[in-house]
Design a protein around this ligand. Sequence first.
Ligand code: DQA
Length: 147
Amino acid sequence: SHLLLVNGPNLNLLGSREPGIYGHQSLAAIESALTGEAVILGHRLSCFQSNHEGALVDRIQQAAVEGVDAIIINPGAYTHTSIALRDALVAVNLPFVEVHLSNVYAREPFRQHSYLSDKAAGVIVGFGPAGYRLALQALHERLRPAL
Ligand code: DQA
């Protein structure tokens, strides 16, 4: 299958941004490791990061045109604010997994509401960069034709 990894605002700073919360791995390192894992599982992974809400909406819309089968998304702070991202994900009607590196439920109350979670296939929070791998594994099992 063709999968799309989407990362939202400030995730380009991974590795240097609040490493106590988000870890020491850069986004480039996470993306290349996940691309390798995807290939091992027989998938293709495209990666996209933007600090701009509209660019993220555009990329999600484009995914449908390109024949992407499922999306892994860490929307960053837009998780808690963006009806536009929610609408885009619902519009393209692709299964998606919402990932948060940190345990958002152990942080400020404003991080405990997501505009996406009730539309997600599943949500993975609090496992750091491993969360992306867990999301990939979950989609792999979900997309795999029944044996
Ligand atoms: C985050 C959690 C969000 O609340 C925050 O705004 C982020 C990162 C995470 O991965 O833990 O930018 O999505």
